[in-house]
Design a protein around this ligand. Structure first.
Ligand SMILES: [Zn+2]
Length: 266
């Protein structure tokens, strides 16, 4: 695993993963709609799809923005790689100005705090949508959300799903995976990247946008979101990034009938 640098116009971007593994297809088998033929077809595929945690470092107008923080030490079996990869990209944790937590799942917010509850990025403004903050700190609270979000209470900036984060960097509503799940759109000098984060977890869902995994909070809404984002990426011929596709998670999308194809950039 390494880092992957690229640019969107004058905005520098670096994919700084927090490690990776293989996506167990069984994890997708609880997919919606619960069609037995679909389930059988998924489980018959070779179980070799890379599964990454593609955090993204964005440098805009002198500010360093980190999109998601990986799993960190939330799961003791995981070896965190984000901080080392950030340093390789030239960004010490103290230098990060903004941390955007796209949603309240452990593999996105786990690296935001350490085991003692100290902020991993001590000088950063942390941002999350109000929708997701309210969801994960409300009745749905679980140990992971408690550990990761409680220390942020006095530091969090609650945003709307389409708010401007920094010049050329805007939140991208991608609701359905969780109530307030967002990606980002980066635009500069006529170039554009859509990072749709967890609007899709596996390239199978590019070919089959209606397929939602069991970990989508609202599988119907997430399917609508997925199709709309793919349609937009294909129509605008812009680069697409996802959090969990094989590192670096970047590619382009083309429409193919009622479906789409994904050409990965290595
Ligand atoms: Zn995820």
């Amino acid at each position: 695993m390494a880092i992957h640098s690229f640019s969107v116009g004058k905005i520098r971007c670096v994919v700084v993963p927090d490690g990776g593994s293989i996506m167990p297809l069984a994890d997708l088998a609880g997919i919606f709609p619960p069609d037995p033929d679909v389930q059988a077809g998924i489980l018959a595929l070779p179980d070799t799809q890379g599964f990454s945690m593609n955090c993204l470092l964005i440098e805009s107008d002198g500010q360093l923005i980190l999109l998601d923080t990986g799993l960190g030490t939330l799961n003791p079996a995981h070896s965190p790689a984000l901080i080392a990869n950030l340093r390789e990209a030239g960004a010490a944790p103290e230098a990060i100005d903004i941390v955007v937590i796209t949603h309240g799942h452990g593999d996105h917010m786990g690296g935001g705090v350490d085991d003692a509850g100290n902020l991993s990025f001590p000088n950063a403004r942390y941002m999350m949508t109000r929708l997701d903050w309210d969801h994960w700190t409300g009745p749905a609270v679980n140990p992971a959300a408690e550990r990761c979000l409680s220390p942020l209470r006095e530091f969090i900036t609650l945003i709307e799903p389409d708010d401007l984060i920094a010049p050329g960097v805007r939140a991208l509503p991608a609701l359905g995976h969780t109530p307030g799940h967002i990606g980002v759109v980066i635009e500069s000098q006529g170039e554009k990247l859509m990072d749709v984060v967890d609007a899709m977890h596996h390239p199978l869902q590019v070919a089959h946008p209606t397929w939602s995994p069991r970990f989508d909070t609202d599988p119907v809404k997430s399917a609508e979101t997925r199709r709309a984002l793919l349609e937009q990426a294909a129509a605008e011929s812009c680069r697409l990034m996802t959090y969990h596709f094989a590192f670096p998670g970047l590619g382009t999308v083309r429409a193919k009938g009622d479906s789409f194809t994904f050409d990965a950039v290595s």
